[in-house]
Design a protein around this ligand. Sequence first.
Ligand SMILES: Cc1cc2nc3c(=O)[nH]c(=O)nc-3n(C[C@H](O)[C@H](O)[C@H](O)COP(=O)(O)OP(=O)(O)OC[C@H]3O[C@@H](n4cnc5c(N)ncnc54)[C@H](O)[C@@H]3O)c2cc1C
Length: 296
Amino acid sequence: MKFRDAYGSGKFGLSFEIFPPKMPAGEGALLEAIEALMAFRPSFVTCTYGAGGSTREKTLELTVAIRERFGVSTAAHLTCVGSSYEALRAWLAVAASQRIENIVALRGDPPRGESRFIPADGGPAHATELVAFIRREFPQFGVGVAGYPETHQEAVSPEADLAHLKRKVEAGADAVITQLFYDNRDFFAFRRRYEQAGIRVPLVPGILAIINFAQVQRITTLCGAKLPPALVAQLEDRRDDAEAELKIGVAHAIRQCRELLDAGVPGLHFYVLNKATAPARILEALDLPARAAGRV
Ligand SMILES: Cc1cc2nc3c(=O)[nH]c(=O)nc-3n(C[C@H](O)[C@H](O)[C@H](O)COP(=O)(O)OP(=O)(O)OC[C@H]3O[C@@H](n4cnc5c(N)ncnc54)[C@H](O)[C@@H]3O)c2cc1C
């Protein structure tokens, strides 16, 4: 299934994002997690592209392995980090030969210790150029891109960030998946501005349930997402009680998802961090089967 067929016309797009494990042992655990999540009939599973391009081959390998093993549609992420157009072309040609259906086209983050993204020699400087390149040379792929309810950290202003997102969509994206956020008001305000800007492709919220407070503090610091003070206070009260942190995180995500579903989002994208427990608890609590009647 391509991105453009996953949302709308009565269909609800449910997706899970996983990452290639560093160790072979992690792969078995990942496959078990995906197996458990297949009960929720995802529209697709997406596989990230490691920071600095560190999982080039592994991303492709795992994306294909997941499709073959679980019969689910997939998307491979791809970033511009360290890649010329020639290298991107070679990677995309392999992806096409392996019948990968969708690409999540990203710029990627600057390597650790660098504050600015520097494009590779003869490579794209922004995701927009990558999207245009894919559309021009590999029109068979569905293309997803990233959006930022709280504004991308490097953007000069929310307006500039949205204008760049609009150009990225116009270059040929089929859907926008958002960065994680914990306050739905940020998503709703972003969606209003997105619609006012005339961006028409589905805007899919990205959800990361808190399973470990210290871990989520690291992630939100890196990506610039806010944690609501009331949630932080609750988590601080129960610091070092792993089951309590998980319960608080899952309860918050359930509230978030219910409100998003009531507000008519076209899908939900779960950052699952290769573990099924939290997304499975959340999805069990949501009334997705009825909403997802169109899912295949
Ligand atoms: C759903 C999702 C999946 C992700 N998957 C991965 C992954 O697999 N691997 C990984 O390494 N990272 C991943 N990331 C993180 C992502 O790579 C970073 O957030 C990165 O910093 C920005 O990528 P982008 O594609 O949004 O960049 P862009 O859309 O290029 O935007 C980056 C910045 O440049 C600005 N900008 C855009 N165009 C222009 C222009 N023409 N002129 C001036 N400024 C411009 C934007 O406003 C923004 O501030 C993901 C993020 C999300 C939300």
